[in-house]
Structure formats: structure tokens, C-alpha cells
Design a protein around this ligand. Structure first.
Ligand SMILES: *[C@@H]1O[C@H](CO)[C@@H](O)[C@H](O)[C@H]1NC(C)=O
Ligand SMILES: *[C@@H]1O[C@H](CO)[C@@H](O)[C@H](O)[C@H]1NC(C)=O
Ligand SMILES: [Cu+2]
Length: 247
């Protein structure tokens, strides 16, 4: 009896621990653009994390190679706020399990370079990073804000074109080691890609040529990927290149 209760408890914890997150949509300059799932977002089949950074799924999750039918229209200089949810997108309290402390990182690739491929290869530049600032993790601020992530500004100089914008929640609750040494330890990435048609008069082309399969690596320092959030620390440095400002 005790054993079976323990088993039930374990199963319960296992299922809440697999309580993850989906992207729902975006607001532009504060204006909600509605449900983007499978319309402008290359929505994945699952809200489970990607932990194998050698997999193509680290770019745009498991359906990242399937183009969505539409594009969100935005202008260079606009402010984007992506919204995320756990199971019920109507419930602003159902965002992501509070254990999932971590960063929110945003990247951009030219649509022509990233599609019809799935965002693999050296095509990405980093637009924004929100880590541990003002004494709190970005994903905890996301929960307090009903699932709406902090705003990301498209550089004013960004050249008009079609782009894929990839926002990633990078949960660090079990990132105090790496899966090569211990399969129970890993940073959990929840990437999602939305298609944008950007207008403007700039001519800056994102050119960092970042490749997730190479840049998110457990070889070497593994900056931003191996990190213990459960002990006191001074600062957190996210993975990936420096933010690209368009200047
Ligand atoms: C999006 O499409 C995929 C593939 O057909 C499907 O698995 C997923 O459930 C869809 N998501 C939504 C929110 O409709
Ligand atoms: C992504 O594209 C690569 C190269 O074409 C391919 O090997 C891989 O299976 C694709 N993965 C997904 C998730 O579509
Ligand atoms: Cu989870």
C-alpha cells in the first residue's frame, strides 16, 4: 500500500515535471495579434523540451521544417511581446511550472535562409536576451505577466524582408550538470519559431551566422547551459552570441 501510494506520488510528480510550454502568439507595440498557432507559428506537436542540442529540433522544435501558411506583419523598430502557455491558453495563470526558472532568448534568421529548411545550420542572429535581472529570472517574470514575455525591439535598421523569429524559454532547474555525464541533468530548451514579414527602410541584414547545433554545446565552458540556480550566484550569462543591434 505504501509502495503503491509512493508510486502514485512519483507518477504525479513526473507528470507535473513534464509540465511544459507552448507559444501562443505575439503582441506588436502592445496590440495582440491573436492565435498564431499553426498560422504564423511553426507549432510543435508537443510542449516538451528539447534537451539534445545536436538535434535539428533545437532550432524550431519538432515541426520546424514545416512552413506555416501566414506571416505576421511588423515594421523595423516595432516592439514584440510573445505569449506562452502551458495547457490552457485562456488561463493567464497556466503559463509554465514555477520550477522552470531560466532565461528567454530571441533570435532572427532570414526566411529564405531558414526555410524551406528547418532553421538548422548557421543562419541565426541574437535579437534579445533576458536572463536573471533585478533579482529575478525571466521565466518567473513571464509567469507574473500572464505568459507575456518581456518586449523585444526589432532593430530600426533591420532590412525589410521575411524572417523567422525564434523565441526560446531556457529552463535551468536541472542544468547543474550535463547530459553527457548524467542523463538526469540538462538545460531544457523550449524553442518556437514565428514567421514575420517586416517592412522598413533599413538595410541591416542579421549576419551572426549562429548555428544552434554547434553553438549550444557541452564541449568546453558550456556557458549558460550548465548552471546551478539552486545555490547562490552573482550573475548568469546566457548561451549564444552577443545581441545583434543592427548597427
Ligand atoms: C499544429 O499542427 C500540428 C501538426 O499537424 C499538430 O500536431 C498540432 O496539434 C497543431 N497545433 C494546434 C494548436 O492546432
Ligand atoms: C531538418 O533538416 C535537416 C537537413 O535537411 C534534416 O536532416 C532534419 O531531419 C530536419 N529535421 C526536422 C525536425 O525537420
Ligand atoms: Cu517542463
Amino acid at each position: 500500500m505504501l509502495l503503491s501510494l509512493a508510486t502514485v506520488a512519483l507518477a504525479f510528480f513526473a507528470s507535473t515535471a513534464s509540465a511544459h510550454v507552448y507559444m501562443y502568439g505575439v503582441s506588436i507595440n502592445g496590440k495582440d495579434q491573436g492565435d498564431g498557432r499553426n498560422k504564423t507559428i511553426r507549432s510543435p506537436t508537443t510542449n516538451a523540451p528539447v534537451t539534445d542540442f545536436q538535434s535539428a529540433d533545437i532550432a524550431c522544435h519538432d515541426l520546424g521544417g514545416v512552413a506555416a501558411p501566414n506571416f505576421v506583419k511588423a515594421a523595423a523598430g516595432d516592439r514584440l511581446a510573445f505569449r506562452w502557455f502551458h495547457y490552457n491558453p485562456e488561463d493567464p495563470g497556466d503559463v509554465i511550472d514555477a520550477s522552470h526558472k531560466g532565461a528567454i532568448l530571441t533570435y532572427i534568421a532570414k526566411y529564405a535562409a531558414a526555410s524551406p529548411s528547418n532553421g538548422t545550420g548557421p543562419v541565426w542572429s541574437k535579437l534579445d536576451e533576458q536572463g536573471f535581472e533585478g533579482g529575478e529570472w525571466a521565466t518567473i517574470k513571464l509567469i507574473s505577466n500572464g505568459g507575456k514575455a518581456g518586449e523585444v525591439t526589432l532593430p530600426k535598421a533591420l532590412a525589410p524582408d521575411k524572417y523567422l523569429i525564434r523565441q526560446e524559454l531556457l529552463a535551468l532547474h536541472r542544468a547543474d550538470g550535463n547530459p553527457k555525464d548524467d542523463p538526469t541533468r540538462a538545460a531544457e530548451s523550449y524553442p518556437s519559431c514565428m514567421q514575420f514579414d517586416v517592412s522598413g527602410s533599413g538595410n541591416a541584414v542579421p549576419d551572426q551566422n549562429f548555428d544552434f547545433n554547434k553553438g549550444y554545446s557541452y564541449d568546453g565552458a558550456a556557458t549558460g547551459l550548465v548552471f546551478n540556480i539552486h545555490i547562490p550566484f552573482d550573475k548568469y550569462t546566457p548561451p549564444g552570441p552577443k545581441v545583434w543591434t543592427g548597427n
